[in-house]
Design a protein around this ligand. Structure first.
Ligand code: NAD
Ligand code: MG
Length: 401
């Protein structure tokens, strides 16, 4: 018997459609044309890809964050005889996240730029499929409050958080202690430089950092995986999603990326979610939840995998994980400052203006130089985000090492 699948048509907006998560989301949607209807697609500057996607999925709206790109897209769509309406800028992104005909919003814009559109989806009471971890890192309390206030549903797309969600009981929102959870085990592949020495790390190139052993992802998250800041951001993300603190989360290096995370209960039981490292699994899970539907991901071949390894993270070689943990403990706007400094440092590394090993140094010094505030107002968060960006830019320009 096939599993029961949701009743269609379900209206979907894909924010960040042209990125790695966006493309995987459209792959899943294309497998279920009877259930899902693409209402809006958004991108930034990749006009060609967004045009192709619009011609294939015929959304009502397409948005380019970039105004020039929006004009080029509109002209190309008109020439192709497509009816898709083109919007631009942050206003356009927020608008398509909250349209009445939209049920689910895939929040897959990378970085701080994804915060406002994801918030707009929460405020419109949508099912928010959250890939953009930076939104929770920057404004976790506000985001969670808005989800509750507007009756939105928040489903994690990040593979680890989706795994944890799958291993928790449905009533986990009552509190992890209440439902008998002792701790969360957050797995990390360790990235492409898992076994590299500090000396070797000093000379790595953007191309090497973006060549992840198990996952194909956008460039920013690939560098985050290589520094392990990705795991730091995920630790913060997990604290907000599951209403817990860093003390209850153990990061576990697991190079094969087959176990996507685990939950340990007070009776000693440990539940894990396993699968091939393919983002279509968490995407399909979150879209169909509480049902299941095919994602295109094949069976896990345990005989082929043969063994699973585990190790403790090395905070000496990967200080970003420590910095993220400290920022979460410090609270207020500290995680937003950490995130902003990281975005600047990663971009500088990708532009070959900063050595790989200076990324944590830029972040640590930015945290020292930027005053942290209460994070109860978005304006305060955005102001500290801006201050942190300029402090980090200055550190990069000064040639921090
Ligand atoms: P990507 O770089 O491949 O795609 C990013 C998308 O965001 C693109 O569509 C791009 O056009 C859009 N974008 C970039 N800057 C923008 C701006 N200023 N305004 C509007 N749109 C903008 O990134 P990705 O790998 O798909 O990751 C997207 C998000 O999902 C990130 O937050 C990442 O941490 C998270 N995530 C990704 C993966 C993965 O496997 N790729 C896994 C877990 C979580
Ligand atoms: Mg992840």
């Amino acid at each position: 018997m096939p599993h029961e699948i949701p009743h269609g048509p379900v209206g979907v907006t894909v924010l960040g459609a042209t990125g790695s998560i966006g493309v995987n989301t459209l792959d899943v949607i294309a497998r279920h044309p009877d259930i899902y209807r693409v209402v809006a697609l958004t991108g930034n500057q990749q006009v060609e890809r967004l045009l192709e996607q619009c011609l294939r999925f015929a959304p009502e709206f397409a948005v380019c964050a970039d105004a020039d790109a929006a004009q080029r897209l509109a002209a190309a769509l008109k020439q192709a005889g497509a009816k898709t309406r083109v919007l631009s800028g942050m206003g356009g992104l927020e608008e398509v996240a909250g349209l009445p005909q939209v049920d689910q919003v895939m929040a897959a814009i990378v970085g701080a730029a994804g915060l406002y559109p994801a918030l707009a989806a929460a405020r419109a009471g949508k099912r928010v499929l959250l890939a953009n971890k930076e939104a929770l890192v920057m404004a976790g309390q506000i985001f969670i409050d808005e989800v509750r206030r507007h009756g939105a549903e928040l489903l994690p797309i990040d593979s680890e958080h989706n795994a944890i969600f799958q291993c928790l009981p449905v009533d986990f929102a009552d509190g992890l202690e209440e439902v008998g959870v002792r701790r969360i085990l957050l797995t990390a592949s360790g990235g492409p430089f898992r076994d590299a020495s500090l000396g070797e790390l000093a000379h790595v190139t953007p191309a090497q950092a973006c060549a992840h052993p198990n996952w194909r992802m956008g460039r920013k998250i690939s560098v985050d995986s290589a520094t392990m800041m990705n795991k730091g951001l995920e630790l913060i993300e997990a604290c907000w999603l599951f209403d817990t603190s860093p003390e209850r989360i153990q990061v576990v290096i697991h190079p094969q990326s087959v176990i996507h995370s685990l939950v340990e209960y007070v009776d000693g039981s440990v539940l894990a979610q396993l699968g091939n490292p393919d983002m279509r699994t968490p995407i399909a899970h979150a879209m169909a939840w509480p049902q299941r539907m095919a994602s295109g991901v094949g069976s896990l071949d345990l005989f082929d995998i043969a063994r699973l390894d585990f190790a403790e993270p090395d905070l000496g070689r990967f200080p970003c994980l420590r910095l993220a943990c400290e920022a979460m403990r410090a609270g207020g706007t500290a995680p937003a400052i950490l995130n902003a400094a990281n975005e600047i440092a990663v971009q500088a590394f990708l532009d070959e203006r900063l050595p790989f090993t200076a990324i944590p140094a830029v972040i640590e010094k930015t945290l020292e130089k930027t005053t942290r505030h209460e994070a109860s107002e978005l304006e305060v968060i955005m102001s500290d985000d801006r201050l942190a960006r300029s402090a980090a830019e200055q550190l990069v320009a000064e040639g921090i090492s």
